[in-house]
Design a protein around this ligand. Structure first.
Ligand SMILES: C[S@@+](CC[C@H](N)C(=O)[O-])C[C@H]1O[C@@H](n2cnc3c(N)ncnc32)[C@H](O)[C@@H]1O
Length: 285
């Protein structure tokens, strides 16, 4: 039977306060309920007696604190997650970038890299890969390591190839037309360990880096920013701050993608976006 721990809202606020005080790490404007569930999960999975033990251990051990940050984050992701997003990019967004000499892309909150590799595959299919400069960032250092490695397990990710077929093997302008794109163009299968690895020519295109969206600045401008399924963990105030940062980091007419179940509650002053093509896709005006 799964063990369950429940903590109070006061406990949650104490954890947030203490992390800020002892480690200068702020979860201050994360959505309280989901942060509470993650702390409860942490207490069970780390076999801790309660938040006091958690706070004592994190106060005295920076490596342990980092492990806690990694385990607090939710890293759910998928290759070609939400096929419609990718079909829309393919049909409506990427063709307009053909004449540009360079395309700067940022995946903020990239998790284990599936979203990044999906984009690289699409760029390659559209002969745009050469022009692309790709940055991918996250606050989870372990998941960034996994992303750099680009190895995924078949058993846990058996829908990846179905998604690939839906997006890569179909002409988005004529669904009856199929493209013959073999999996080994992009993946090395390892039958023994039942895993597959993203080929080196794609892995080498990405710079994976630690970056905290809620604290760190950005010194670059992008044509496309992915920040999908990340702001859902923030409260409205923090969402506002992050959307402003993403707006500032885009070129005019640049594209912002958030998750299909996410909303920009209200646009921060000075930020002008136009919703285009599908839910979650915005153009900077
Ligand atoms: C649910 S995953 C989304 C992955 C991918 N974008 C997708 O939609 O499939 C959310 C990611 O956001 C990262 N994250 C959470 N807070 C963050 C922050 N303040 N700065 C950067 N990344 C953050 C988490 O570590 C996690 O990997």
């Amino acid at each position: 039977m799964a063990i369950k721990v429940e903590i109070s809202t006061d406990d949650v606020r104490k954890v947030v306060r203490e992390f800020k005080k002892s480690r200068n790490f702020s979860f201050e404007n994360y959505a309280e309920m989901s942060f509470k569930r993650r702390i409860e999960y942490l207490l069970v999975s780390h076999n801790l007696s309660g938040i006091d033990e958690l706070l004592e251990k994190t106060r005295n051990d920076s490596i342990y604190f980092r492990k806690c940050i990694n385990d607090i984050t939710v890293n759910t992701t998928e290759l070609f997650r939400d096929a419609d997003v990718w079909l829309n990019l393919r049909r409506n967004v990427l063709p307009a970038l053909k004449d540009k000499s360079g395309i700067n892309i940022w995946h903020a909150g990239c998790s284990s890299g599936e979203e990044v590799f999906s984009m690289l595959i699409l760029l390659n299919e559209m002969n745009l890969l050469e022009k692309a400069k790709v940055f991918a960032t996250d606050i989870n250092t372990e998941i960034l390591h996994k992303a750099r490695n680009g190895v995924f397990n078949h058993r846990f990710n058996n829908n990846y190839f179905q998604n690939f077929d839906k997006v890569v093997k179909i002409n988005p302008l004529n669904y009856d037309e199929k493209f013959d794109v073999p999996y080994d163009k992009y993946f090395e299968q390892d039958e023994l360990s039942k895993s597959f690895r993203i080929k080196k020519f794609l892995r080498d295109k990405v710079t994976f880096k630690y970056h905290n969206l809620t604290e760190d600045s950005v010194f670059y401008k992008f044509d496309i920013i992915f920040c999908r399924n990340v702001i859902i963990y923030f409260n409205t105030e923090l969402q506002n701050k992050v959307i402003s940062l993403l707006h500032e980091s885009l070129f005019k007419d640049g594209i912002l993608l958030i998750g299909v179940h996410e909303n920009i509650a209200y646009l921060p002053v000075g930020s002008k976006f136009e919703s285009r093509y599908m839910k979650g896709l915005y153009v900077k005006k």
